[in-house]
Design a protein around this ligand. Sequence first.
Ligand code: UP5
Ligand code: MG
Length: 190
Amino acid sequence: GDTLKPFIAFVLGGPGSGKGTQCTKIASDFGFAHLSAGDLLRHEIASGSEKGELILDIIKEGRIVPSEITVELIRKAMEMSNAKRVLIDGFPRCEENRIAFERIVGTEPDIVVFFDCPEDEMVKRLLSRNQGRVDDNIETIKKRLKVFENLNIPVVDYYSSRGKVHKIKATGTEDEIFDAVRRLFSSLSR
Ligand code: UP5
Ligand code: MG
């Protein structure tokens, strides 16, 4: 294996804050591999495995999939990509996720990007997405928002206390938000 550890950015923010949209742009402009924890979990569901059935039940309820499942999917995807720079989108969702990642992968993120978006805007975006996601209904969205507030914000607070968080205002157009994102990533690559 590669002895050099990649540069890792955790990308966090509430449901619908624009993590996936902005990660796509970062990946293409700055040469990062984009690993979305949610996409890896949905891929496992689509594979039809027994693990996938468990994951589907959890996602429908807006709850958090057991750390060992998610960390293992991310670890494998990192290994497969063999990338020097990695965006990990939508993970860790809770302190237990964070601790499991640091233990199993054996490293901390270099930076944490946090997309700060008001709840009413996130709800509006999710309800108009229309891509058939089983969790884009108002009942599940309310649960996702609660889990985000109660379990994900503490992770952001933890990394803030370690000086790793870059908070980005996630309202406005995709391009306006990417202006701020671009400034951040340009400041890293020298
Ligand atoms: N959109 C984007 N930017 C916009 C803008 N500036 N103005 C107007 N519209 C904008 O964007 C959402 C929608 O808004 C899209 O239609 C987009 O076009 C539009 P997107 O970029 O998809 O936002 P994102 O933050 O990625 O929203 P997503 O729904 O993916 O966030 P979640 O964090 O809820 O979803 P995720 O896939 O990460 O997780 C889903 C579930 O999986 C979780 O609820 C949980 O049950 C489970 N999960 C785990 O258990 N563990 C994990 O580690 C990860 C997930
Ligand atoms: Mg997403």
